[in-house]
Design a binder for this molecule. Structure first.
Ligand SMILES: NC(=O)c1ccc[n+]([C@@H]2O[C@H](COP(=O)([O-])OP(=O)(O)OC[C@H]3O[C@@H](n4cnc5c(N)ncnc54)[C@H](OP(=O)(O)O)[C@@H]3O)[C@@H](O)[C@H]2O)c1
Length: 390
């Protein structure tokens, strides 16, 4: 049995992970479930999967009054970190959203666990720290992001020096093909209608701005040690090819499948062996054709190049980009700023906060916090301008 802790079990990825476990009870055992505030959903999950531990990270949320069963309930971030450090675990699946995922990522790797990682923000905010923690503790990161899972699958059996470049695919989001001038008017409701993936709100907005693809370029740089010149991204609206790897001899491998996160989750939990799963065997090339590809429109979606620039600047610049983006996305979701203001807020935040190399976790947390303060001020400024123009 593979003993799994699921962080963010009440979110989109967490629920997909539980669906995978539900289909393979003879292979995976859920030993801990962690959420932030969704106490009712967590209670229902605990009743079904009977983990040893359940944690609500938000200290202010009410604990279930009569949770019943043998599960031990806890509250707070330290309780989550204690779960993650448990030496009896085999896999920590981190599907928290945002830089809040960094501490459990580091703890899991320092404890020597396999980290099945959906929380790309932890690699972006703390890439060098994540690498160091894995080296120190002996843990390993297996990505859940479909693009990085695709790359990992294509790399099986390949030598380190054999990769020439990789190409990440992007759906293009709900505003693909729309000119920059039209995007000032779009609202969160439209941005949340993703054409191919059903995901949490933050990543859905990131997909609409293409910030998600920039985060994934940085993620690929950290995971696979490739230079930024070796990492491309291309729009592929059908979301069937999840990424390409081009080798030094010109051969290109790709991984395909209809969009579902359950496949990369299953692959990460059981890596490197594949598991028979009839529910996922649905790919049909006739039904999926034609497969098309387009260049990214950098004018309409400046968050992509801004994010890649943050990656190239290195040091704390990716953490600043990420924190600014989290604040801007929340402001857009709450209708306080317009869609193009997201990149404005992030650009101004990056111009304000320096990009020194992070010394340690406290340093990253301080930079993240400073960036959030600047981004909130910039969002307020954009909001005032919106008030005067609307
Ligand atoms: N969804 C996808 O298909 C997909 C694909 C690839 C990668 N990812 C990545 O996977 C991660 C999760 O995405 P998602 O779409 O599953 O997000 P989501 O649906 O918003 O779920 C987020 C989960 O994290 C918990 N959470 C939020 N803030 C927290 C905090 N401060 N401390 C502790 N727990 C917190 C939430 O708990 P509550 O419910 O209690 O608030 C929830 O369980 C993101 O990094 C995203 O980029 C997602």
């Amino acid at each position: 049995m593979i003993r799994v802790a699921i962080l963010g079990s009440t979110g989109s990825i967490g629920r997909s992970a539980l669906e995978v476990v539900r289909r393979h009870p003879d292979r995976f055992e859920v030993v801990a479930l962690v959420a932030n505030r969704s106490a009712d959903m967590l209670t229902a999950q605990v009743a079904e999967f009977r983990p040893a531990m359940a944690v609500l990270c938000d200290e202010t949320v009410e604990m279930p009054t009569d949770p019943g069963g043998a599960t031990s309930w806890h509250r707070g971030i330290e309780a989550m970190l204690a779960v993650v450090a448990d030496p009896d675990l085999d896999v920590v699946l981190n599907s928290l959203v945002g830089a809040a995922g960094l501490r459990p990522t580091l703890t899991a790797l320092e404890a020597g666990h396999r980290l099945a990682l959906a929380n790309k923000e932890s690699l972006v905010a703390g890439g060098p720290l994540v690498r160091a923690a894995a080296q120190r503790g002996g843990g390993e990161v297996i990505p859940i992001d479909s693009e990085h899972s695709a790359i990992l699958q294509c790399l099986q059996g390949a030598g380190e020096t054999e990769v020439h470049r990789i190409t990440l695919t992007a759906s293009g989001g709900p505003f693909r093909g729309r000119p920059a001038a039209e995007l000032a008017q779009v609202k969160a409701e439209a941005a949340l209608r993703h054409p191919t993936w059903d995901m949490g709100a933050k990543i859905t907005i990131d997909s609409a701005t293409l910030a998600n693809k920039a985060l994934e370029v940085i993620e690929a740089h950290v995971l696979y040690g490739l230079e930024y010149e070796q990492i491309d991204a291309v729009v592929h609206p059908q979301s069937v090819i999840h990424s390409f790897v081009e080798f030094v001899d010109g051969s290109v491998l790709a991984q395909l499948g209809f969009p579902t996160m359950e496949l990369p989750i299953l692959y990460a939990l059981n890596y490197p062996d594949r598991v028979d799963d009839a529910a996922l065997r649905t790919y049909d090339p006739v039904r999926s054709s034609p497969l098309t590809f387009e260049e990214i429109d950098h004018e309409a979606f400046p968050m992509f190049s801004l994010g890649v620039e943050a990656g190239r600047r290195s040091g704390c610049a990716p953490a600043v980009y990420n924190a600014g983006n989290e604040i801007a996305v929340q402001a857009f979701l709450e209708d306080r700023i317009r869609f193009p203001d997201i990149s404005e807020v992030v650009r101004r935040t990056m111009d304000t906060i320096g990009a020194h190399a992070p010394r340690d976790l406290d340093d990253v947390i301080a930079v993240d916090s400073a960036a959030r303060t600047v981004a909130a001020e910039e969002a307020a400024r954009c909001g005032e301008a919106m008030g005067t123009t609307s």
